[in-house]
Design a protein around this ligand. Structure first.
Ligand code: MN
Length: 160
């Protein structure tokens, strides 16, 4: 075997190795994104939600920091009732595809990595899209009172 053939063999070896490395790191990225950041918590059993949703209470409000922080996982089609937060709410979309709608405005699609600032005293609802689950962290101000729950979001409202 002459020196040129050896050189070609060496180059192929390097290429094969780097391809293998790349597919390994792609696999790592994929398995990371499939892993939930927070645990799902408990299945929500009250009737403020339609469909199946899960709640992990991460932080309870106290007199010093009057925000509660909770992670909610909505299965496809699941959503809250219409409701009001007297001190507003911030929604951080952790995974999936969700919907958010304020009364009188069109429904907005919310995707992983997006945020929603929900103003105080504005009736609204949020939940999963019809075919993809949605994971959100909600930061809810408590200084002006508790969430006021209103009527259910009908299928007609949900699908429009
Ligand atoms: Mn809300």
């Amino acid at each position: 075997m002459n020196i040129k053939n050896l050189w070609v063999l060496f180059l192929f070896g390097i290429m094969a190795f780097s391809c293998q490395q790349q597919s390994q790191s792609e696999q790592d990225t994929q398995s990371e994104s499939q892993e939930a950041i927070f645990e799902k918590g408990e299945k929500i059993t009250n009737d403020n939600f339609t469909g199946t949703a899960w709640l992990n209470n991460l932080i309870y409000a106290d007199s010093v920091n009057q925000n509660s922080v909770g992670c909610v996982t909505f299965e496809p089609g699941a959503r809250t009732r219409w409701h009001i937060h007297p001190a507003g709410q911030i929604i951080l979309a952790l995974d999936g595809v969700g919907y958010y709608q304020e009364k009188g405005s069109p429904k907005v699609i919310v995707k992983k990595g997006e945020v929603v600032k929900c103003p105080a005293d504005i009736p609204h609802w949020h939940g999963a899209s019809a075919d993809t689950e949605f994971v959100q962290v909600a930061i809810t101000g408590r200084e002006n009172g508790e969430t006021v729950w209103l009527e259910e979001v009908t299928d007609e409202e949900y699908y429009q």
